[in-house]
Design a protein around this ligand. Structure first.
Ligand code: CA2
Length: 149
């Protein structure tokens, strides 16, 4: 890592988001997770922030990714996907992270089934972006620029 490295923002994604852009475009849009990574990197670069985007289908791995971010990252942006609505373990891991946490949901979860209306992660999140499509991710990076200034 060179001396010009900026603060790192880790962008975590939960189960099935590897299918982004390939299935259910009427709900989740046409952008892939790789497209999201590029959009976030562009916004981050303008703010002097480095970004890394990760995805896993496994709850324990998401917990470990949050733990790793404790040593590497100034902030976490997380779309826990279905674990949003079920996982006390991910909430506990985020509670052990010192920096800002922003929660992103691509769809407007409040317009969907009642079980999507509650988020454990929102108890920890410093902000939540819901229903902005994949544009929510670079917007969250922009907000990180403010929170970490
Ligand atoms: O709107 C969101 O970002 C969600 O976190 C997406 C989750 C869902 O369980 C949450 O309630 C809201 C589902 C992610 C599934 O992603 C797919 C993407 C493309 C095709 C199929 C699934």
């Amino acid at each position: 890592m060179g001396n010009d490295a900026g603060k790192l923002i880790t962008i975590l994604n939960g189960p099935n988001l590897n299918l982004l852009g390939r299935r259910e475009p009427e709900i989740y849009g046409h952008e892939t997770l790789d497209d999201v990574a590029v959009a976030c990197a562009e916004v981050g670069r303008a703010l002097g922030l480095d970004t890394e985007l990760k995805q896993t289908n496994h709850e324990g791995e998401l917990v470990e990714m949050v733990h790793r971010a404790r040593d590497t990252s100034a902030g976490i942006i997380i779309n826990p996907a279905a674990f949003t609505h079920t996982s006390v373990a991910i909430l506990d891991a985020l509670n052990a992270f010192d920096g800002p946490v922003l929660e992103v949901h691509i769809s407007n979860v409040h317009q969907r089934e009642a079980f999507r209306h509650h988020s454990y992660v929102s108890l920890r999140a410093d902000g939540v972006i819901v229903g902005f499509g994949t544009e929510g991710y670079p917007l969250a990076v922009r907000r990180m620029g403010t929170l970490l200034a």
